[in-house]
Design a protein around this ligand. Sequence first.
Ligand code: GLU
Length: 473
Amino acid sequence: MSDIITRFPPSPTGHLHVGGARTALFNWLYARHTHGKFVLRIEDTDTARSTQASVDAIFEALEWLGIEWDEGPYFQTQRFDIYKEYLQKLIHAGHAYYCTCSSEKVEAMRARAMETGAKPKYDGTCREKNLPKTDDAVVRFKAPLSGTTVLKDVVKGNIVFQNDELDDYIICRSDGTPTYNFVVVIDDITMHINTIIRGDDHVMNTPKQMLIYKALDVPLPVYGHVPMVLGSDRTRLSKRHGATSVTAYRDLGFLPDAFINYLVRLGWSHGDQEFFTRDALVEKFSLENIGRSAGVFDQEKLLALNAEHIKATPVKTLATLLIPFLKKEGIEAREGVFIEGVIKTLVPRSKTLKEMARDAIFYYADTIEYEEKAARKFLKDAALEPLNMLIAELQTLDTFTEKNLEDAFRAVMEKSGLKLGKIAQPVRVALTGRTASPGIFEIIEIIGKDTVLERLIKAVDFINAKPDSTGKA
Ligand code: GLU
């Protein structure tokens, strides 16, 4: 095991979204690649917005993605004693102080500063007063008044912040609750996190956090700030662009391996390679190849990649994954040769498991519903003769093989004088209800003699029952 320790610290204020999942993935991959450790921490100090349902949704999404954590989950709301201890440390060492300025007063000083064109920050009224703790006092961090704080970011390069622009920001409110930029640092220090990969919406927080490390004399972690994921119009990905929650993609029938493959490519590259298995990602992932430009989330690309992953997944695995989707279509399917045969015919044409389940319905259906257009075009009088001929040919066969099916169709072609297409299309509609399906021979082999004959006879009956048929209805 290396000493790399990464973390994912979601705030449980909603489902796990695409951007958050990518952050989790990068940290997880880096930990796996380096044989390090990946820590999960739930940042639930915002009690008004945090919910148990969101916590559960985050766990569920991470589990689906196969991102398993080595340590945690920690919950910030269970760690207040630790934060208090560090707060006292900072106050005693003179790096933080109690401040009794009212929020109105602070607002007024900010407004005044803005009028003179200065940075709107706290003016340090209580900074050197050494005030004792009182009910109305907040704790402020004593930011340096000069010099610079340099963020050496593995993705963005060096970013220089002027310390005199940094506020003496509040690290603990008067009600005793510590603030975000403080608890994050205390958690990262006490959890020995040494590599922080996160969205670049946190860049402006980073100097504030770095100053706490310095005040506590703790070495800084490695930082990498990754550009946000964008929607097709190049604005930050949001609901306007379609589904943003990870579990929505699970429900749409994406494979977790395809989804992580797509996520990783939204901000990391390895030459021109697009397709990666999970193992390949673990092997190849590096911080150096995280890109500086924002990735654009493209549903079509995700679908194409999912189709490729479906093709690369063993049929038995697909069977296990497909069964719940079939259930949603009202089909109770079991693992075994039948479903595996079904899947083999659908793999080349399926972009998602949901699509595959829909296309599999005819294999399982007790009665075939004909698509209106398909029946109108192909189940008509002209089809009666070849269908009846085929029924007669198939009845003579004990088992179906590719060879004897071909012979049976050829015999019908010869006797009827029709081309294969003229025979195959009505047969296809009879067997599947549709005009597009996997190959006819494959279907016939899978559904077997009894069902095939039953469906062909039903199609003949259907044609005969039509009012415009040859006088029989
Ligand atoms: N809880 C923060 C968020 O969900 C993450 C903080 C961090 O990565 O430092 O955005």
